[in-house]
Design a protein around this ligand. Structure first.
Ligand SMILES: O=P(O)(O)OC[C@H]1O[C@](O)(COP(=O)(O)O)[C@@H](O)[C@@H]1O
Ligand SMILES: [Mg+2]
Ligand SMILES: [Mg+2]
Length: 333
């Protein structure tokens, strides 16, 4: 197999398609390097004293795990001095992080969920990092939180790292989706899947079924019809998977199709769903659309949503196009 590294891929992408410039290319490399460091920490587990709770709470009121804090620090530190960013925002921080004045500033805004699937850390199940890159408005001295509130269609790149049996980096810069596997001996990311495409037909769905009694009618209907299998209106049996790490669930769907759902439910109307628009839904929506799938909030395209606040939550339906279209249609009926 001819080995193509992440660096070689990005250089070629810049040369052939001009969808990225040198600054974005270097920014992606810095993020990828940070993910490599996170991967090494994850794999050390108890030996690296990275497991367990940090005994602190994040802005969402969730108890932080040690790895949430460690991963956030790794990403902040790696990106601060790179010179490619104007500012950063993280799921784990209340407000945005400016680039210290001693470092050069760049033209991009970076947003991340440093550690996705926190509940899986201590039980050795796949977890990940999700990131999104936006362009900073031109000519500002210091970006404000308002500058981050851009719809997902304006993302210039998005990706995730999944820390599973293998560590992989899945990336889009708006020209398809590529997957790189971390070669631990060489310390490099090697291209292992080009132009990933989500299979169109599927028999698999992912949702946390324990919330069933709280769902709204369209989601009840859609899931009930799948559960009826070959005896119901769908005329075929479905399988269910729920890893509770969005990264791992989306990675499976990119590879073998399916639909991932985290709907809003009837419990707390002020919390429309669990997932965060800026750190989880938008970057995953860009990846899924670039791989031929679809991503909606049940009403419209996720990437068209005009964010109102940094830590906004949204319902998420993403994956194989026909399934996402069906559940979205049920919301309209
Ligand atoms: O425990 P639940 O409600 O099934 O939620 C699982 C979902 O929560 C998340 O873990 C949220 O991510 P964080 O770990 O970054 O908070 C998603 O990855 C996942 O899809
Ligand atoms: Mg998450
Ligand atoms: Mg997280």
């Amino acid at each position: 197999m001819k080995r193509v590294s992440l660096t070689q891929y990005l250089v070629e992408e810049q040369r052939l398609h001009q969808n990225i410039n040198a600054e974005l290319r270097l920014l992606i490399e810095v993020v990828a390097r940070a993910c490599k460091r996170i991967s090494y920490s994850v794999s050390k587990g108890a030996l690296g004293e990275v497991l367990g709770s940090a005994d602190t709470e994040n802005i969402q009121g969730e108890v932080q795990k040690k790895l949430d804090v460690i991963s956030n620090e790794i990403l902040l530190e790696a990106n601060e001095w790179g010179g490619h960013l104007a500012a950063m925002a993280s799921e784990e921080m209340e407000t945005i992080r400016q680039i210290p004045s001693r470092y050069p500033k760049g033209e991009f805004l970076l947003l991340f969920d440093p550690l996705d699937g926190s509940s899986n850390i201590d039980v050795n199940v796949s977890i990940g990092t999700i990131f999104s890159v936006l362009k900073a408005p031109e000519g500002m001295a210091e970006p404000t939180e308002q500058d981050f509130l851009q719809p997902g269609v304006q993302q210039v790149a998005a990706g995730y790292a999944v820390y599973g049996p293998q560590t992989m980096l899945v990336l889009t810069t708006g020209n398809g989706v590529q997957c790189f596997t971390l070669d631990r001996e060489m310390g490099s990311w090697v291209l292992t899947q080009s132009d990933m495409q989500i299979p169109e037909t599927t028999k698999e769905f992912a949702i946390n079924m324990s919330n069933k009694r709280h769902w709204h009618a369209p989601v009840q209907r859609y899931v009930d019809e799948m559960l009826l299998g070959s005896t119901g209106p769908r005329g075929k049996d479905f399988n269910m998977r729920w890893i509770a790490s969005m990264v791992a669930d989306v990675h499976r769907i990119l590879n073998r199709g399916g639909i991932f759902m985290y709907p809003a439910d009837m419990r707390d109307p002020s919390q429309p769903g669990k997932l965060r628009l800026m750190y989880e839904a938008n970057p995953m929506a860009m990846i899924v659309e670039q791989a031929g799938g679809a991503a909606t909030d049940g009403v419209g395209r996720i990437m068209d949503i005009q964010p109102a606040k940094l830590h906004q939550r949204v319902p998420v339906f993403l994956g194989s196009k026909s399934e996402v279209e069906l559940v979205t249609r049920y919301h309209a009926e």
